[in-house]
Design a protein around this ligand. Structure first.
Ligand SMILES: Nc1nc2c(ncn2[C@@H]2O[C@H](COP(=O)(O)OP(=O)(O)OP(=O)(O)O)[C@@H](O)[C@H]2O)c(=O)[nH]1
Length: 526
């Protein structure tokens, strides 16, 4: 008999386990997507943002550069300057190249060059802020000639006659602008070059910080080989440092732009992603719960009821009807329940048929010996308990061989059926049983009949058969002989004994002429 499945193999638990596995795999895939798809996109976006911020600083620096270029062009295209480098205006030094003038311009160094790049005049401030102004190299007045040498050699190598500007990444970072000295009105050749150097001082950097809103530093840096790309260093979940090297003089040096930026853009994107994820997970979880509840209600619970019902059938309640809650369903479970019900009905029908066949005689439909034995055993047991007495009759058709021989076997069968039907009608009360126990021999069990009723009832049967008036040959009609035995209420008597007595009485009836009833003699009683 089938039993309920072990806990784990129940449909519900297996489904839940499979679901947990699917959810786990989905979570893992989601984590991998977040790690290898989403996070790189967000980080890439963050790098773009950082580079954009550096671009802004560079543009702000460019504005300073433009300002310096305008300044140097103003001075270089001034006729006094042209005359000064031509040697015809020496008072230019006193009236223009003094400390206050350079401070006002915000310039650290002004260098006038001859057309071949040789320094003509330099004026500026040294590291300590001391002002100098002298002809030729700054060295001549104890200044550093590193920058003027660099510019001089560039002029010497031949520059086109436009304005040039560079970043300076020496000891003190600075902006340089260099332009040819030209006459303002006439179309005269350049009379040399003027360079102005504006320090990228702490004040200027502070101003850049203010205009861009970015925390930044500028410093000279030695570089080897090609200029590296922007470098981004994530310092913490909320801060990052981005670095860019800007091409600068002298060769091998770069001006390093370093900005510390907040990571709120990345954090905000991450937060949005998490928010979407949490809500999606929440909606999915609620959906899953609803699906599980529906599954439990629509499929699993009815299936469990069905399984429980079939188990009960196996154990005891064989006749129990399939519950209406299952039969009445319109879904597949209802179809299954109805098909099951139909199968059970067929099975019951087959069972009844088999029982009928195994307990009844095929020709007459009367009980057979098996049913007789069962029934006789039961009524004798009740008789032994004093419930009632039992009368038993053995009935045999007289000269039936002769009947068969004369009328043929099929007619013999018809005769047997007629006799059997008459006997059935005769003894049709509850508890009374007529069995065919031989070819033309029958046994009748009559519980509850008093001892004196047996012979009377047997006689009545005999007369009824005779009244059928079934023609015989060479005898006038079909008759029967009956042997009767009886057991009284409260007496214990074996079935064999009762049958033997009736058989002996039947034998006596045959011997004494047939077509008669013979009751057992006391001698036959055991
Ligand atoms: N037609 C038919 N005949 C059967 C059937 N079963 C047994 N018989 C016949 O019943 C006959 C019984 O004959 P016997 O036992 O010699 O008894 P009898 O001729 O009735 O003689 P007595 O019993 O002494 O009166 C046999 O010829 C069997 O072939 C059956 O199912 N159908």
């Amino acid at each position: 008999m089938a039993s309920m499945p072990p806990r784990f193999s129940s449909l519900r638990n297996r489904f839940l386990a499979a679901l947990a596995l699917v959810v786990g795999v989905a979570a893992l895939i989601l984590a991998l997507i977040a790690r290898y798809q989403i996070a790189p996109i967000l980080l890439e976006d963050e790098s773009r943002y950082a580079s954009g911020e550096l671009d802004r600083i560079e543009r702000a620096l460019g504005n300073e550069r433009n300002h310096l270029q305008s300044l140097v062009e103003d001075w270089a295209w001034w006729d006094d300057t042209y005359a000064f480098v031509g040697g015809t205006r020496p008072e230019y030094v006193d009236s223009n190249l003094y400390a206050g003038a350079l401070e006002t311009l915000g310039v650290q160094l002004m260098a006038f060059f001859a057309p071949d790049g040789a320094p003509y005049w330099t004026a500026g401030f040294d590291r300590q802020g001391a002002f100098w102004s002298c002809a030729g190299h700054p060295e001549a007045c104890e200044g550093s000639r590193e920058l003027t040498d660099q510019l001089g050699s560039r002029i010497g190598q031949g520059l086109d006659e436009g304005t040039h500007s560079w970043l300076w990444a020496g000891d003190a970072p600075a902006l340089i602008a260099l332009t040819p000295i030209l006459k303002s009105q006439e179309d005269a050749p350049a009379n040399g070059w003027l360079a102005m150097v504006m320090p990228l001082s702490e004040a200027l950097v502070a101003q850049l910080r203010e205009t861009t809103g970015i925390e930044l530093t500028l410093r000279g840096q030695t570089v080897e080989g090609a200029m590296a790309d922007d470098r981004l260093e994530r310092l913490s979940p909320t801060r990052m440092r981005v670095t860019r090297d800007l091409a600068a003089l002298p060769a091998g040096q770069a001006l390093r732009l370093e900005a510390t930026l907040p990571r709120q853009r990345y954090q905000a994107s991450l937060e949005t992603f998490r928010f979407a994820l949490v809500w999606t997970a929440g909606v999915l979880a609620v959906t899953l719960i609803v699906v599980l509840l529906l599954l439990e209600r629509m499929i699993l619970r009815p299936l469990r009821d069905f399984a429980r019902f079939t188990q009960q059938l196996g154990r005891h309640a064989h006749d129990q009807q399939t519950p209406e809650s299952l039969i009445g369903r319109r879904d597949e479970i209802g179809i299954l329940a109805r098909a099951f019900q139909h199968l059970r009905q067929c099975q019951r029908h087959q069972h009844d048929l088999l029982l009928e066949l195994s307990q009844h005689d095929a020709l007459t439909g009367l009980a057979n010996r098996r049913l007789l034995d069962e029934h006789l055993g039961e009524v004798l047991a009740r008789a032994a308990q004093g419930e009632h007495g039992v009368t038993l009759m053995l009935v045999d058709i007289d000269h039936f061989k002769a009947y068969n021989d004369h009328f043929g076997h099929p007619a013999g069968d018809a005769c047997l059926r007629k006799v059997a039907e008459t006997m059935r009608q005769h003894f049709s009360r509850p508890g009374q049983l007529v069995a065919r126990t031989g070819g033309e021999e029958f046994t009748v069990v009559l519980p509850g009949a008093p001892p004196e009723a047996g012979p009377r009832m047997a006689e009545s049967l005999r007369a009824a058969i005779e009244r059928l008036a079934i023609p015989h040959h060479p005898y006038p009609r079909v008759t029967i002989s009956v042997g009767v035995s009886h057991v009284e209420a409260g007496q214990a008597r074996a079935a064999e004994s009762l049958i033997e007595s009736a058989d002996a009485a039947l034998y006596a009836a045959k011997r004494t002429g047939r077509n008669r009833v013979q009751v057992e003699t006391a001698l036959n009683r055991v």
